[in-house]
Design a protein around this ligand. Sequence first.
Ligand code: ATP
Length: 593
Amino acid sequence: MKYREFAEACERISQVTKRLEIRSFLSEFLRKLDPEDIPPALYMLQGQLRPEYEGVELGVGDALVLKALATAAHMDEGRLKEEVRATGDMGESAFKVLSGRQVLEEGRPLELSETYDTLRKIGSTTGEGSQEGKTGAIAILLTRTSPVEAKHLVRFLLGKLRLGVKEMTLLDALAEIYGEGDFKLARGTIENAFNMDPDLGEIGTLLREGGLKGLEAVTVALGKPVRPMLAERERSLQEVLDRMGGKMALEYKYDGLRVQVHVDRDGNVKIFSRRLEDLSSQFPDVVAALKGAFRTLPVIVEGECVPVDPETGELRPFQEISRRRGRKYDLERIATEIPVEVFLFDLLLEGTESLLPKPYPERRERLEKLTRTSSAVDFATREIVSELPEAERFFQKALTDGCEGVVAKSLAPDSRYKAGGRGFLWIKYKREYTQELSDTIDAVIVGAYRGRGKRAQWYGAFLMALYDPDRECFSTLCKVGTGFDEETLASLTQRLTNAALTARPPSVESGFAPDVWVDPEIVLELRGAELSLSPVHTAATGLIREGYGLALRFPRFTGRLRDDKGAEEATTVGEAVRMYTSQVRHVEEPPKP
Ligand code: ATP
């Protein structure tokens, strides 16, 4: 396929807002692709070069792209800068300045695969002279593009393609192509495969080669993070026990960082976060501790990485481990200052065997058999219980030991590991549930308000939203300005200033107009007094009552930035509805309309 067709597809998608229209357009477009173009197209539509977990980056900034564009357009850099300032979008400027240029009609039009290969090369260029090399390669690409191609190429290079094409939309489009009339079945099959193999390019290729049957080959694989299984909630331990059929395993719910550990045959360790990012380089001490921890290799195990007091072995607050995230330097010093321990709770692969279909009791037993524990690697504390008093005692013990609660796990024969699924095979029960408010809520910043008085130099409050997976949008829950210290406000202000938009992003639904809008990206953990029905906030609109959404009353920031969660992993409107209905009492019930 020619790159031009790809760019025209981007143009079209950026003008359509209806999800169904985008889906059918995408499926039409994906159908037309040559087999070798499937992976590049699937990555590039999401603004990526490879699946996110590989962490591949282009390593080009605004200045570099501006220089390349100026060269391609034979334009003075200063004038081009002015032009970009006027449009606020270098892609749009590229379209404009190249529209006046004679396209090299005789030049060979760019192929999609050729563009992709060049971009990959640009991404892997490092070292001395690499910046010049990258600028030159981009300038050459731009001399061969038409204005519309240049527009989307520039946006891609700057990481601002912003088509709003999410993984889930692409799965929808693939299901439309390969569903053979049964969209729902196909969608489920494709998502299941994708939960085990998060490489959409590979899923697309398997589908092209063998249709839905082709996905039967997908299994857990070393080096590819499996989407984590998640837990549901219940409001009392009695309800947890009932839901589990009167008998269950209770494990400590550690408050740390969930890690999925892949150890290959030679003992090489990779650690992935809950969001499937590779954390290995940030935790050299954990890598070292896990290297020799298993009697069988390869393995994939899961656990929670928690800060511990090296003197007493006691668990420390979660906040300490967040100081270790995202670091590139001083790793050894910080590892000694903030030592951590990994508490393992699941086994996903042993040798070449996937353990996903096996029931939890077997997975846990095999995990215990193959692991050598040490001061840095242990198992999640657990107990099998069938009586409420036993469960209550274990829960209290978990709290005393510094955990945030317990996770109940089903012992049933069908208690398989459900990659990427939130369900009742695992149920979490936390300390907060024993108080009036039910739980913390992870909400996403979609807008910000300028601070006043002492806070005048920063943004002082934020418009927060929840994710609605069915409608693929973010709808507002509250405005929060409490619980922030100055350091946090300063760093949030800096992040948000870089991302500020003048118009509401299409994925956000809101009845409020903050001073600036931002794309939903930053997740904050909030606590509040209650969830109440709201005529102005849009979260869960109409799900509980016609004309009302949900709002968090008296919200405050807990101090915990959930950088380990992507915007779509924030609390969903569905979860909020469950939290609302399980509240002890519903305040401010407005009269039925
Ligand atoms: P929360 O904010 O309540 O931690 P979450 O949305 O991050 O919730 P959930 O699936 O709802 O994730 O809660 C399960 C999380 O608890 C896991 O992702 C994991 O990080 C953590 N956890 C701690 N101990 C355990 C355990 N023994 N078994 C499973 N998960 C555990």
